[in-house]
Design a protein around this ligand. Structure first.
Ligand SMILES: [Zn+2]
Length: 306
């Protein structure tokens, strides 16, 4: 059986994203900066958000992916993703990285609220290790309040955090990994029980804690995305083991398939999908569980796809 596919984890690496990411790199030109950065990375120039959105739709069509989450992957890039969602509302769900601890957080929260109101943003993505704040901090609480008010979700990156594009560009990444703790997510998720919360990559190295958090809080979901390279911290752990354990604790309703695709020409990461299909089989997932993980749960959390 071929299940309907929704990818809960794709990054929208827009021109603005590349500009903001490299704003402190002096050696780059001010004009056509995104094109210059792309050239350096060996990536295709993303062009306008509309052009990139169209390219993504063609890519999803090619792989028969019905819908995808597009993550605005740096604070200040909300508009690129909302432009993509406005153009293809039945295909994309907008996720926006927000730093509630930034000096301009008030402005950020205002534009976030606007995005949530129009439903071009349906999930706020928090990276507490990257931005150095605690999840029990009121500033993080204000993001959950906004999500609750608008029926949106919150994504919280936990565990090991390596950002490939930062590494490639030689950008410093002084992240405090202690901040991304699923147990801290459980605390805030319990306070906001109506807000769906997503922990990506099975907790990215904190699988046990992510499962504890999911066990405690019925609103916590796990995404399966990326190559899950964190498995190398555990001797002999396989992806099938991870799925089996996640099914046992969180059940089939709270796992969201994702690839962590991001740039072109690489495009949608089919190999990750195939590896996960194999792992689902090996974990003994039946057709119903598989359909939920691959798309059903995403459609339930973010209704409105075509
Ligand atoms: Zn990612």
């Amino acid at each position: 059986m071929i299940s309907r596919l929704c990818d809960a984890h794709c990054h929208f690496f827009s021109s603005r994203f590349l500009e903001l990411l490299t704003k402190d790199v002096r050696a780059l030109p001010t004009d056509n900066r995104a094109a210059a950065v792309s050239g350096q990375l060996g990536w295709d120039d993303p062009g306008t958000p509309e052009a990139l959105a169209d390219r993504w739709v063609a890519e999803l069509d090619r792989h028969r992916v019905a819908r995808a989450a597009l993550i605005a992957s740096i604070p200040g890039d909300q508009q690129s993703v909302t432009a993509a969602v406005a153009r293809h509302p039945s295909r994309f769900v907008g996720f926006v990285m927000c730093n509630p601890a930034a000096p301009d957080a008030r402005g950020t929260l205002e534009s976030l609220a606007e995005g949530l109101r129009t439903r071009h943003v349906r999930c706020v993505a928090l990276f507490p290790a990257m931005h150095d704040y605690g999840l029990d901090d009121e500033r993080a609480g204000s993001v959950f309040e906004a999500a609750e008010a608008h029926g949106a979700a919150v994504f919280v990156h936990c565990g090991v955090l390596t950002v490939g594009v930062r590494k490639k560009l030689g950008l410093p990444s002084p992240f405090d990994l202690r901040r991304g703790d699923p147990l801290a997510v459980a605390r805030v998720a319990a306070r906001f029980g109506r807000v769906p919360v997503i922990i990506p990559h099975f907790g990215a190295g904190l699988l046990r804690e992510a499962l504890m958090a999911a066990d405690q809080c019925p609103n916590i979901h796990l995404d399966t995305s990326s190559s899950n390279g964190w498995m190398r911290y555990h001797p002999r752990l396989t992806l099938a083991d991870v799925f089996r354990q996640a099914f046992e604790v969180a059940g089939p309703d709270r796992l969201l398939f994702g690839t962590d695709s991001s740039f072109f020409p690489r495009g949608w990461q089919r190999a990750i999908y195939e590896a996960q299909l194999e792992a689902l089989d090996a974990a003994g997932a039946n057709d119903e569980a598989r359909a939920k993980v691959l798309g059903g749960n995403f459609d339930r959390l973010f209704p409105g796809g075509g």
